[in-house]
Design a protein around this ligand. Structure first.
Ligand SMILES: [Zn+2]
Length: 217
């Protein structure tokens, strides 16, 4: 089924069977109509707050900030945004990510850049979750969002792979599509596990920046 047809059908189904409000963390439908988290999940999520934390090993990323440690109910939020296409979750999730970033007391940043999704996967899912989050973070930090990276190779999902396989899987997966020389870039993704994806993006950005620096300078 084409993505456009699927979106149209989903829209039609939502009209016929309007989705009842449910907690985006645990799925319960009890006790609330419009909110995105039940009281229990709200408390559990607050306990998972991270803020500033060491960046992934590898020396390519200067500093890092995380909204929440993974696990319920944070995993429920990611699942609903990513696999069920609940786009409205980007707003509260992005708000928390921007708050985490502020805890870093960062140096000057030029751009907010999402970790890119391969176009084929973006079509399958009908939304690009990292770009939605990056747009939200950029808006809150009053910075431009620039899609400085593209995914040139569709890679098997990282979640099912070992650490070594993750690195191998990402070789040549990204390309830089903007003039990044001299820019400080804030990379945004929904989940960071080993940091292999973030490192692969940073490596490509740094490599391109150095090359264009040499050409220009
Ligand atoms: Zn809940």
């Amino acid at each position: 089924m084409s993505a456009a047809l699927k979106t149209a059908l989903d829209g039609l189904l939502a009209l016929i069977y309007p989705r009842r409000a449910e907690c985006m963390g645990c799925g319960t439908r009890a006790g609330f109509e419009r909110d995105w988290l039940c009281e229990e999940c709200r408390q559990a999520l607050a306990e998972r707050w991270v803020g500033a934390a060491p960046p992934p090993a590898g020396g390519l990323i200067d500093s890092a900030a995380y909204g929440f440690r993974y696990g319920r109910p944070a995993s429920g939020l990611v699942r609903n945004l990513k696999y069920r296409g609940v786009a409205r979750l980007a707003e509260p999730m992005g708000r928390q990510m921007a708050r985490a970033f502020a805890a870093l007391q960062p140096a000057h940043i030029d751009w907010v850049t999402p970790v890119p999704m391969h176009i084929r996967r973006a079509r399958q899912r009908s939304l690009d979750h990292a770009a939605l989050l990056a747009a939200e973070v950029a808006g809150r930090l009053e910075l431009p969002m620039v899609r400085a990276l593209t995914r040139v190779r569709n890679t098997p999902q990282q979640a099912r792979l070992s650490d070594d396989e993750r690195l191998k899987n990402l070789e040549g997966a990204f390309a830089v599509s903007a003039d990044v020389a001299g820019k400080r870039v804030l990379l945004v993704d929904d989940v960071c596990t080993t940091g292999a994806t973030a490192n692969a993006c940073a490596a490509e950005l740094l490599h391109t920046a150095q090359c264009s620096w040499r050409i220009n300078g």
